[in-house]
Each structure stands twice: as structure tokens, then as C-alpha cells.
Design a protein around this ligand. Sequence first.
Ligand SMILES: Nc1ncnc2c1ncn2[C@@H]1O[C@H](COP(=O)(O)OP(=O)(O)O)[C@@H](O)[C@H]1O
Ligand SMILES: [Mg+2]
Length: 297
Amino acid sequence: MLLLTQAPDPLPDDGDDIVASTRAALVAGFTALHLPPDADHSGDLLAPIAELAVRERREPAVWVGTIPEPATYRAVYAALRDRGVDLVNDPDQHLGVMEFDRAYPRLADLTPQSVVVTELDQVEAAAAVVGLPAFVKGAVLSRKHLGWRYCVAATLPELRERVAAVLRSPYHARGRAIVRTLAPLRHHRVAATDVPIAREYRVFLHRGEPLAHGYYWPYFHDFVALSPAEEAEVLGLARRAAARLDAPLLSLDIAQLESGAWLVIELGDPQFSGLSFIAPRPLWRRLAERLALETCS
Ligand SMILES: Nc1ncnc2c1ncn2[C@@H]1O[C@H](COP(=O)(O)OP(=O)(O)O)[C@@H](O)[C@H]1O
Ligand SMILES: [Mg+2]
């Protein structure tokens, strides 16, 4: 099993989620192939892959790094295939979970109502569907790192401004803004950000089976612990959502409404997702076991 990692080589003692995942994957039996850390803008990602010996038996691979542009993902996938290596998600499966608008039609009843906007003259119609205030994000990412007001709009002029701003960032939007009903999530407040901190959990799944899960936000609160019944609800919803999607490896973020019900907030490709409070060792051990079984059968 091959791990394509954008962690520094040699691995530092301490580091970000990419380093932590790399360390855990090595313990779980993966072999590391180091790629440059900023694949889209510096360094040649394909050179280390071209140096791989062609495999006699097909070998599974997982990538841990920063979100690549679609063309970069496609190029890496194709280069690996030529060496006899199969990256866990093919390019369509990868994009199907990275770009929210691709998954939305299948998840519509499990997630806040959402409208895709590519031009500013579509904003008013979107507001008529989802209501105001609305939540705004790009097809790939929101701008929550800047603050809550970058993600919410209470009026049409605000909505137009938020959508225009996110569309100006190809990194977040890739040409598509998502305008969503603002869901009343259970939350608390922290000093570090004005983003309401929801009761929200990240679940990593492989072929529909949860591998590991953990609280999404990096802040402790007394509502973080899930009762066994709640945990079963979260994992049950994650399974239902994953069953409708094509990617073998995916992540789902699931949050609780004030009403107590649970809903899907977003999804992603774990190859490029943060770990949140997910312990990397059991996650990578389970993934390694499952990939090993697939290659035997
Ligand atoms: N429709 C929504 N209603 C209420 N809160 C939301 C909604 N969508 C997202 N959020 C909150 O905003 C946070 C960031 O949104 P998200 O779609 O996960 O963007 P990112 O990709 O940047 O993480 C989520 O973790 C959730 O707490
Ligand atoms: Mg998120």
C-alpha cells in the first residue's frame, strides 16, 4: 500500500494533520512516497511517481495533502495507474465529494436546501428558494476562516456581495457559489472566532462503512460528548449519505439542529480533509485492513 504524502521528508516530530496522518499510515503498513508540499504551484508532483517501479500486482494508494486542482488530481491518478498503482478515489469520485454541487442532488433531503449560483443575476432567485438569512460558500470551501459575516447574508445586497466575493476566489468556488438555507444549529460561542460552534462531527467512511469519527471543531465544550443513541444516529446518517455517493473514501460532516435532529453539512475527500478530533492511528489501521482485504480478493 502506497501513501502519497505532502508532509516534509524527513517527518518532523510534531506537525499538522498531514504529518500526523502520515505517521499513522506508516505505522499501519503504508509505504511513503513524498510529494512536494504545494503541488499546484511549486515542484513537480509527477517526478517522484515516474521513478516508481512498475508494480507486478496492482497496489492501492491513498494521498494525504492539500486540496489539488482537478487537473492535478487527474494527472497524479493517471501517472500512478501507469505504474500499476490505484489511487483510492478516481478523479470523478474525488470531484463528486470535493465539489458540493456534484453531491447535492443525491443529498438534498439530508442537508439544508441549496442553490448553485454562477452569475450575480441568479442571486435573487436563489434567495427566493432558500430564504434569508442565507449561508454562502464556494463549491469547495466556505470563507469561515475570515469570520461568520463572510458566510451569512441577511439581505439581498449582502447576499450579492457574499456571492460575488466567493466567486472571485477560484480556490473556494471553482466558479460556483452555493446559497443555502441557514439551518438553526445547536451551538456555543468561543472567543477565538465569531463563527457559532456547532454540535458537529466528522465521519470518515470507506465503501459505506465508518472508519472513525470525532468532534469537528477544535474547541471543547460540555455538549461535545455523544450519547450512544446519538452516536448511532450520526453514524446511521453518515451511512445513508455515503450509500448515495460514488467515492469509496469520503468524509461527512454531520451537525445537530436545535430541534435535536441531525443533518449533513458537507462532505469531502479524506485525502485532503483535516482530522478534527479523529485519532489517526485507528483510522489508518482500519483503512489499511480494508484495502489489504480488497487487494487479496
Ligand atoms: N446551511 C447552514 N446553516 C447553518 N450553518 C451552516 C450551514 N452550512 C454550514 N454551516 C456552518 O458553517 C461551517 C462551515 O461551513 P462548511 O460548509 O463546512 O464550509 P468549509 O468547507 O469551509 O468547512 C460548518 O461547519 C457549519 O457549522
Ligand atoms: Mg466544513
